[in-house]
Every structure is written in structure tokens, then in C-alpha cells.
Design a protein around this ligand. Sequence first.
Ligand SMILES: Cc1cc2nc3c(=O)[nH]c(=O)nc-3n(C[C@H](O)[C@H](O)[C@H](O)COP(=O)(O)OP(=O)(O)OC[C@H]3O[C@@H](n4cnc5c(N)ncnc54)[C@H](O)[C@@H]3O)c2cc1C
Length: 378
Amino acid sequence: MTAAPPLRIAIAGAGSSGMLLAILLERQGHQVSLFERAAAPRTEGCGILLVSAGVRAVAEAGVPGLAERLIAAGQPVRSYHFRNLLGGTINVAEADQAPHELPSLLIHRTAILETLWGELGPGLFHGGCAVESCHQDGAGVRLGLADGLGWEGDLLIGADGIFSQAAAAAVAPERHLNYLGDRVWRGVVPDDGFCQEGEFFVYARGRGIYANFFHLGPDAEGVARTHWGFFNEEELPVDRGEQRRLLQEPIPAEALAKLSAQAAAVIASTPPERVVANWSFDLDPLPRLVKGRIGLIGDAAHAMSSSQARGMTAGLEDAVYLARALANTPGDPTEALRVYGAERLPVVHDYQFRSREVSNRIGRSRRPHNQRPEPVAV
Ligand SMILES: Cc1cc2nc3c(=O)[nH]c(=O)nc-3n(C[C@H](O)[C@H](O)[C@H](O)COP(=O)(O)OP(=O)(O)OC[C@H]3O[C@@H](n4cnc5c(N)ncnc54)[C@H](O)[C@@H]3O)c2cc1C
């Protein structure tokens, strides 16, 4: 029996989902091109709670030492503290990790992306190369890239995030983003007093705000850090220019004043360049993840609210499932994609429904959570 020839696979988007997939497919011997809109890998960001399932997905990907390097770069969660806005304790829950389980990690996004980047073979990454158009037929896929460049090959995987071009153009043009009701600021600040090792604080939603804080461990210089997120309920301006302008503004003083003085002081001490802001959206569950030779992974497939801290984990799992489907179906890439889509769709729908349910319960979304579209044939 002769081995199946390597496939030419394009991945749009070098976030955590696209980068892990590129690593895994390159290790299978495929010719991988990782096209990224930004000139360099976008390793910036804030803290992430990478739940145990996400660490397990990386461990099961089978790249020697990768999960160990991630674990070394993060802090295991030890306890969740639920507080009212004045800082009074509502409840404390220990993070009960069974001895055989991998830890849930408090980790900087930069550490995750840089760990993945360290595994990526030379020549795969093409920065400043946005995928602008894609066409497929029985023989293959053709991409139009920025600067008039092009690419032809066997498969395209859209890992291009919540505003996915691949999803909108080729897989699910009917996709709908749902505004969750908050302007969100996140930051990382040098701090060694507010959260102790492994602590995650949740300030219960009330008076139009919600906040969380967690310990991020030391930076490269050994300085302890705290991550925070602050959510302010606001109408989304209709005008896109106004949306962008408001994301450059600091948290309104009257909103910050609703939080306990100690917690507000941690936020206020953050240098502006270490703060990122966005409007909160999730994606209505898609009817399909795959169409022919084009598949979706990560936020492109199922962007969800941060209420369950599942977003990055789900994208890492997608990458591992898709790589496995391709390895198990040599010589038939469209069948491999079909299997991936059929296996993964109900799983990610469940994540999306659960995260919407929690958002609804804590008042962050006004959209019914039980709108499950009927999957359609790919
Ligand atoms: C406030 C907030 C808090 C969160 N907290 C958590 C948490 O605690 N735990 C957790 O697991 N998840 C969390 N998430 C979700 C998590 O950050 C995302 O699910 C995850 O980063 C998505 O990774 P991705 O690789 O799929 O997409 P992205 O990281 O968005 O990467 C997409 C990449 O595609 C590129 N791109 C876009 N368009 C194109 C194009 N046309 N051509 C080429 N490249 C393109 C972009 O530049 C980008 O580099 C949070 C999200 C938010 C907003």
C-alpha cells in the first residue's frame, strides 16, 4: 500500500486555534501555509483561564513537551472567590483537581501563543497575508490574498476569529453575531497583594457592572501580576466610528466607582498600554462547520461569551479533532472534514448553549439560549 500524498492545506488566522492546527498538520507531513492578516503573530492580550480540558487537548495532541511547557508558563487555579460589589464574600470554592487530572491554568495569552510559536516549523507563517476571497470546486481551493497574491491547494481551514471571512464567504454566510450587552476592558497589572497564588475573584454582576480578577504569576522579571476584567452594560452605538472611539476611552469613573475601592484601585493603577477593550459578542450556533473543502475552527466556528471560560479550550480541541480526522482518513480530505464537522458540531453547540444559559442567568444576554438550528447536510 502506498502512503497518501501530503495535502496542501491553508489555514487562515494564526491565533491559538490556527497555530496549534498548523503544528499538528505539519507534523503529519502536509504542506501547510498559515496566512495571518497581521504582519507578525498577534501574541498580545491578557490573562486567560485555560480550563483543564484545554490543557488535556494540548497533551493529547501528542507534541512532546508542549503541554508541560504550557503548564510551566501558567499557575494552577486553587480557589474561586465569589464576592459582592463591595468586596464581601458570598462563597469560596476550592478548585478540586483529582490527582490524575491536568490543572486548569491562569495564564497570559502571550505565554500560550509564544509556546505554540516555538513549535511552528520555519516557512509556514505568512504575515500580512489576509485571506480575502476563496473559491472551491471538486479539484481544490483557490484563495485571493492581500496584495493581489493567490494560493491554490486542497483544503482551507478558517481559524480567523469571530469576524471570520472564511465563514462568511464560504461556509455559513447566514452567520449572525449577537451583542451581549457589555463594553469590556481587560488589563494586566504588576501587583502582588490583591490576589494570592491561584486565586480567582468574581464580583457578582449588579448595578450594571461585573468584574473578575485573577493571579497571573510572575512576569519574565519575576514581578507578580494580576489580570482583571471589567464589564459595563451599555447600548452598542450604531455608528462603527463611535464604537471604535469608545474602545479607546478608559472605564467611566462612575462605573468604576460601583466596585469596592480596593478592587477599583487595582484597575486604576494599570498603565493604559496594558489595557484592551472590546464590545462583547457571541455567535449564534452555526448550522455547519464544514462545506466541501473548507472547514472552520475556533472562534470562527463558535465564538461564545467568556461566562464559561471555554472559548480558547474549544478552539484547541477543534484543532486536535481535525488533525485526528485527517490522520484517520488518508487520501480523502473532504471525508475527513465531513467527519470532523459531524463529530464536533454537537459538542460546540453544547458549549455555546451552556455559555449563553449562564450569560442569560447572570443578566448578560437577552437572547433565548435554546435556539438550536437544525444541522444541514454538508
Ligand atoms: C473578554 C474575553 C475574555 C475571554 N476569556 C477567556 C478565558 O478566560 N478562557 C478561554 O478559554 N477563552 C476566553 N476568551 C475567548 C478566547 O480568547 C478565544 O476563544 C480565543 O482566543 C480564540 O482563538 P482563535 O485562534 O480561534 O481566534 P483569534 O485569537 O481571534 O485568532 C484569529 C486570527 O485570525 C487573524 N485573521 C482575521 N481575519 C483574517 C483573514 N481574513 N486572513 C488571515 N488572518 C485573519 C487575526 O488577526 C487573528 O490573529 C475570552 C474572550 C474575551 C473577548
